[in-house]
Design a protein around this ligand. Structure first.
Ligand SMILES: [Fe+2]
Length: 276
């Protein structure tokens, strides 16, 4: 089955003749429309600066003039509270060259982050990302949960996964232009299989192997979402200074982009130890 993920816009299919050497477009399909192209998607957790804070970051098509982003959350069995989220994005002008500024450009949508604070050690929490529209309607993401870290020094087994150099690929096997990390699906699936035995993941750099095509970041965040929405997924940048994650509010590609750090204080190797 062919898989399309929500990247905030409609899709159409083009039919070409002439092979790869002399392609000629002969037909374009009707539009394929998502139920809600702006829906909040791909939640990703990261530890805050201290052990009892968790950050939730996600992507949507809702700018702040249109809707109020927040996370509804609480300890299992207790009443939920709301944590307001902030919103950032970046434009084509942030990117320093080809192909990211031209054929590789795709609007990244909006990236939201909320801080869940005063967690209790090792308690289970539920959370749900959402946007309150001006008419009062709330557009919800799917309900998720996580377990808070232990208190520092507490006797507790912590199972840590550390890996790097993953990349991304299309799960339906389609041969997407500029895809070159098919084995990344094996890594992702192995992590998902062992999630019940995992407390935190460190992805220590060389993240998506994005190479100037912005859509690769939606695809990567979608690929790892089963992991990032359940356990803190901490990024480090390894030796490739430009290969960073939207989670860190940085526009990232291997070629043609310069990183754009939104707030000077957030330029840290690990978000866990650099955030509020
Ligand atoms: Fe690498």
């Amino acid at each position: 089955k062919f898989q399309l993920i929500n990247q905030r816009q409609d899709f159409s299919f083009g039919f070409f003749t002439g092979g790869l050497s002399n392609p000629t477009l002969v037909a374009v399909s009707n539009r394929i429309v998502f139920a809600n192209p702006k829906a909040p998607v791909y939640p990703r957790l990261a530890l805050g600066k201290t052990w009892n804070k968790m950050t939730v970051t996600w992507t949507s098509g809702y700018g702040i003039s249109e809707a109020h982003p927040f996370v509804e959350w609480g300890m299992k069995g207790s009443h939920p509270v709301h944590a307001a989220a902030d919103t950032v994005t970046f434009g084509r002008e942030s990117l320093c060259g080809e192909p990211a500024r031209s054929v590789g450009w795709r609007d990244p949508g909006f990236i939201h982050t909320a801080f869940l604070k005063n967690l209790s050690p090792e308690k289970e929490y539920y959370y749900k990302i959402g946007h309150r529209l001006r008419n009062g309607q709330v557009i919800w993401g799917k309900p998720k949960s996580f377990r808070a870290p232990p208190y520092p020094g507490q006797k507790s087994l912590q199972r840590v996964v550390i890996f790097g150099d993953m990349g991304k690929d299309e799960r339906d096997g389609s041969n997407e232009y500029q895809n070159y990390q098919p084995a990344s699906l094996n890594t992702t699936d192995a992590l998902i299989r062992d999630l019940d035995n995992t407390d935190i993941v460190f992805h220590i750099g060389d993240i998506s192997y994005a190479n100037g095509y912005l859509s690769q970041w939606d695809q990567f965040t979608q690929q790892v979402e089963p992991i990032t929405s359940r356990v803190p997924y901490m990024m480090a940048r390894q030796r490739e200074p430009r290969a960073r994650f939207p989670q860190q509010r940085v526009a990232v590609q291997r070629h043609g982009l310069r990183r754009r750090v939104r707030r000077a204080g957030r330029d840290h190797v690990l978000r866990s130890y650099g955030e509020e």
